[in-house]
Write a protein that binds this ligand. Structure first.
Ligand SMILES: C=CC1=C(C)c2cc3[nH]c(cc4nc(cc5[nH]c(cc1n2)c(C)c5CCC(=O)O)C(CCC(=O)O)=C4C)c(C)c3C=C
Ligand SMILES: [Fe+2]
Ligand SMILES: [Fe+2]
Length: 311
């Protein structure tokens, strides 16, 4: 039986010319902008035109590209060493797209499509799975597609989170630090329509807290906040910038809980933009923990999802 794993991620510009491709594709996704066509295309064109200049400047600060594709590719390579399957990766809004990767998947009997999103949201997980299945059908890929919705509660995944928090802490005393779990935001409207993302984030924070307790690591306080708000709508609260304003004179570790690999939201927004706010507010020590990336516990989580959790 020939098996393939496909790590499904969002993507990000691989060069500055792809910034427009990334934004256009994202805002053309019906799960991101709910309006029907052609209104969606018009809104997408408008937001892309408004954002692309600033977004390009941001990606310039990261060396002209998002780190997300590179991290996902490295993860796929390392995972391939420990599983009995060939490992691929595909992105939702930038190359390599589902249709590019599926061309290579025709000889496989079983295809394990694993979302790089531990929390289920229509805007990420559902959008990716649906698009992948649509292209598999169009291209006549016959292998059985297996997938799963979420894995934020996986014990090994939470061990990976705690490993990254410990790396950020080093030999310092956790009781002197505030720990903020920062999640990518979502509009309140999406949550009101029944999206479980925020529930999954809050449940993930509880799992991570339990793992910290198990390992005897006690922070002064633990908080959850939401970053990456965009546009005039109400997004889920508390907002990360408001949370940082409560942290004057404090020592803070931020853990980016939405993400399995580092990307522009961690390496630009948290590392650079929110660091500027932290300096303005007078935060004494501001640290951002890395996402799981190729942490051994995360690799073992993926191996277990492949072997035991995909249906
Ligand atoms: C406007 C709506 C957006 C929704 C809804 C949204 C949901 C969502 N996104 C992620 C993960 C990532 N988002 C990233 C970047 C990004 N996201 C939006 C907008 C929405 N996201 C924009 C406009 C951008 C581009 C950056 C910017 O210009 O501000 C990224 C980073 C990709 C990269 O380049 O590295 C990730 C990852 C999740 C998990 C999520 C909902 C659950
Ligand atoms: Fe996003
Ligand atoms: Fe952002």
């Amino acid at each position: 039986m020939k098996k393939a794993i496909v790590l499904m991620n969002m993507g990000g510009p691989n060069n500055l010319d792809e910034v427009e491709v990334f934004l256009t594709n994202m805002f053309n996704d019906k799960y991101i902008i709910g309006a029907p066509q052609p209104i969606r295309a018009m809104i997408g064109f408008f937001i892309t035109s408004m954002r692309k200049k600033e977004a390009k400047e941001n990606y310039k600060a990261l060396g002209g590209m998002s780190p997300i594709v590179g991290h996902t590719k490295r993860l796929a390579r390392r995972l391939e060493k420990i599983v009995d399957a060939d490992v691929f990766y595909k992105m939702r809004y930038t190359p390599p797209f589902a249709k590019d990767v599926l061309e290579h998947l025709k000889p496989y009997d079983e295809i394990y499509a694993i979302p790089m999103y531990p929390h289920y949201s229509s805007t990420t997980t559902k959008s990716s799975i649906e698009e992948f299945e649509k292209w598999a059908k169009k291209l006549g890929v016959k292998g059985k597609i297996r997938t799963l919705d979420s894995y934020y509660d996986h014990e090994l995944y939470n061990k990976a989170i705690v490993e990254r928090i410990k790396e950020s802490l080093g030999y310092d005393n956790p009781e002197e630090f505030e720990l903020i779990f920062s999640a990518h935001g979502l509009t309140q409207r999406t949550i009101d329509k029944g999206d479980p993302y925020q529930k999954h984030i809050l449940a993930n924070v509880e799992c991570a807290k339990k793992e910290l307790e198990k390992q005897g690591i006690k922070f002064k306080n633990i908080h959850t906040a939401y970053q990456s708000r965009l546009g005039p709508m109400e997004w889920i609260r508390p907002y990360m910038d408001d949370k940082l304003h409560e942290m004057k004179d404090k020592k803070v570790i931020v853990y980016p809980i939405s993400f399995t690999v580092d990307n522009s939201e961690t390496q630009f927004e948290l590392d650079i933009e929110y660091k500027e706010i932290a300096d303005e507010v007078g935060i004494k020590d501001y640290r951002v923990a890395r996402a799981p990336n190729h942490n051994q516990y995360f690799l073992e989580t993926l191996k277990d999802l492949f072997e035991n959790r995909c249906a």
